[in-house]
Design a protein around this ligand. Structure first.
Ligand SMILES: [Cu+2]
Length: 128
């Protein structure tokens, strides 16, 4: 029988507890689709979040959407917007205002029960 000092035991317990957090280790998958609105350079984006492993819808997440142009570093300063939950579980909507058409990296930041960042390369064209 090996005697385990008390502090070591509580350290072990703490390690086990920290690994069992509500959504610890959840990797999010995001589907993003944006449609041009009537206003020039404004896009209505629908975001669908799910657990990469289980496929379960991720609800109650604080979602912020930002955008940058990888081909033009430092040239743009698009203000990130908070997305609002949509009717279906795990879906959110956000309106972003870009500064030009072309290829953007859309950044979806998740906070609250799930913390993650998903970056999508998307092309934004003028409304046909
Ligand atoms: Cu640009």
């Amino acid at each position: 029988m090996i005697a385990v000092p008390g502090f070591l035991l509580s350290l072990l317990v703490a390690m086990v507890l920290s690994g069992s957090g509500l959504a610890a280790g959840v990797k999010a998958k995001a589907e993003v689709s944006c449609a041009a609105t009537a206003k020039s350079l404004e896009y209505d984006c629908a975001i669908k979040l799910s657990d990469q492993r289980s496929g379960a819808a991720l609800t109650g997440v604080d979602v912020t959407v930002g955008a940058d142009m990888p081909s033009m570093p430092m040239a743009h300063n698009v203000k990130p917007v908070k997305a609002v939950p949509d009717s279906a579980a795990g879906t959110y909507r956000a309106r972003i205002l870009l500064e030009m058409h072309g290829d953007w990296a859309v950044k979806v930041d998740l906070a609250g029960p799930v913390r993650d960042r998903i970056v999508k390369s998307m092309r934004f064209e003028p409304k046909p």
